[in-house]
Design a protein around this ligand. Structure first.
Ligand SMILES: Nc1ncnc2c1ncn2[C@@H]1O[C@H](COP(=O)(O)OP(=O)(O)OP(=O)(O)O)[C@@H](O)[C@H]1O
Length: 268
């Protein structure tokens, strides 16, 4: 059928409805629904293997959904009704939509043969046709924002893990995305480098950037989230403000949030 179907009425900037995803016989997402408002900060926590990264990857087209739908700013990422695909985005549309979604990975994923500035300035030239000079100017602004203007000419191997991750954040911002996704941005860092990356993310949250963050840094989740989303076994089993979920860990709203998230994180 048709490319003329429009997205269902949306409330949030990101609207995830009933998303299902299997790898072989294993159902990894079992009907996940989540709304993130413009400027909202959703932090997804949960045990290893609960489907957090897979959910992020479906938002960014890195995984196709088997069912349900996701829309970003009213535009569909994937759409299926009663098991029948009614709408497939064309490759061109996917590429355009990807530029509206910035993603920061656990392992930085910088180009090793490009300097920090080149890493940040490359995408606006290639994906948006901006002039090299304009992309360079904007790249320097963004490196300044993450505190690395003076390392613009350094190659990734000359930077610490925390610095590389800050370059990766600047790169993700370079296309002026509507939303930034973080997949365990501090998991690969030595403990003393974690805070410099969290500080940059805190600043983004304060400045009204819409963020979805998967993290095991529970103290950070408590500080920065508008909404804490607890995933377990492919489902969202609890969701609320940090006040609702963290303020009294002796009286958790759910037993599983306490035993699977708070207890291990805070050694309660
Ligand atoms: N490409 C893939 N092929 C097969 N199985 C996969 C693939 N990606 C993820 N899985 C499986 O899906 C399940 C959920 O993985 P996912 O990475 O989403 O979990 P997670 O909650 O992010 O875990 P962690 O906190 O350890 O990163 C796991 O059992 C994983 O092995």
């Amino acid at each position: 059928m048709t490319a003329t179907l429009s997205a269902p009425a949306t409330r949030g900037l990101v609207e995830i409805t009933g998303v299902r995803k299997s790898f072989g016989a294993t159902e990894v997402l079992k009907g996940v629904s989540l709304t993130v408002e413009p400027g909202g900060v959703a932090v997804i926590v949960g045990p290893s293997g609960s489907g957090k990264s897979t959910l992020l990857r479906t938002i960014n087209h890195l995984e196709k959904v088997d069912g349900g739908h996701i829309s970003i700013d009213g535009k569909l990422v994937g759409y299926e009704v009663r098991g029948q695909k009614l709408h497939e985005l064309r490759e061109k549309d996917i590429l355009k939509q990807r530029t509206e979604i910035g993603m920061v990975f656990q392992n930085f994923n910088l180009f090793p043969h490009l300097t920090a500035l080149e890493n940040v300035a490359e995408a606006p030239v290639v994906a948006q046709g901006r002039s090299k000079e304009e992309a360079r100017r904007r790249g320097l602004e963004l490196l300044d924002r993450v505190g690395l203007k003076d390392r613009a000419g350094a190659y990734p191997r000359q930077l610490s893990g925390g610095q590389q991750q800050r370059v990766a954040i600047a790169r993700a911002l370079a296309l002026d995305p509507k939303i930034l996704l973080f997949d365990e941005p501090t998991s690969a860092l030595d403990p003393e480098l974690v805070n410099e990356v969290l500080d940059v993310i805190r600043e983004l949250a304060k400045s009204g950037t819409t963020l979805i963050i998967v993290t095991h840094e529970m103290g950070f989740a408590r500080d920065v989230a508008d909404t804490v989303v607890f995933m377990d076994q492919g489902q969202i089993v609890e969701q609320g403000t940090p006040q609702q979920l963290f303020t009294n860990p002796q009286e958790p709203r759910t037993r599983s949030f306490f035993s699977k998230v708070l207890e291990p994180a805070f050694n309660i």
